[in-house]
Design a binder for this molecule. Structure first.
Ligand code: HEM
Length: 161
């Protein structure tokens, strides 16, 4: 059982966090090519951008939900190894919660609002929408990267390399 939960945990990380990271990072760049923002896009490219934005937003939502498996199997791993009280693990749980909160409370709503704005004739998401989204997405990616490093290095851990 000590190998089962870590395997599912890492599998969930690869399958869920990977797609969300890539899709969320591509969203602001695609938004810049959409009609209404910076006066760019429009026409054929604008329609294509909208389709891409919808798909990227959907990937973030669906794989973000699948990502619940990461802490679930992480906690199962931690409890089977008896390391739930370790400072590196508590820090990881807090950082994971911060990343999830950022995705659910800021990134997904901002993507949704940008999508609505792109589809509103004469409106558009505004020049700062993509910059703000790029910033929150960057912080989000940094949080995952930090947790991954913590999971590998496990500072202060006595349970092995
Ligand atoms: C509530 C959140 C989380 C908990 C409770 C948790 C818990 C754990 C535990 C207990 C281990 C096993 C460590 C060991 O073998 O001693 C582990 C391994 C791992 N975790 Fe997490 N984790 C969480 C979130 C994450 C996140 C968000 C990521 C990546 C984005 C991640 C990536 C990894 C990786 C790559 C390993 C394998 C490390 C190795 O075996 O060298 N975990 N996790």
């Amino acid at each position: 059982m000590t190998k089962f939960f870590p395997s599912l945990h890492v599998l969930a990380v690869v399958l869920a966090i990977g797609p969300v990271t890539v899709a969320a990072s591509m969203f602001p760049r695609t938004l810049r090519t959409a009609p209404g923002d910076h006066g760019g896009g429009g026409g054929e490219d604008g329609g294509e951008a909208l389709t891409t934005l919808r798909m990227l937003h959907r990937i973030c939502r669906v794989y973000g939900a699948v990502g619940i498996a990461v802490p679930v199997f992480g906690l199962a791993t931690g409890s089977s190894l008896g390391v739930l009280g370790s400072p590196w693990l508590i820090t990881s749980v807090l950082l994971t919660a911060a990343a999830a909160g950022l995705l659910v409370l800021r990134i997904l709503p901002a993507q949704g609002a940008a999508l609505t704005a792109v589809q509103t004739p004469g409106a558009g998401p505004g020049p700062r929408a993509s910059a703000r989204l790029a910033m929150s997405t960057g912080v989000f990616n940094l949080l995952w990267a930090t947790v991954t490093v913590l999971m590998i290095i496990r500072p202060g851990s006595t349970t092995g390399a």
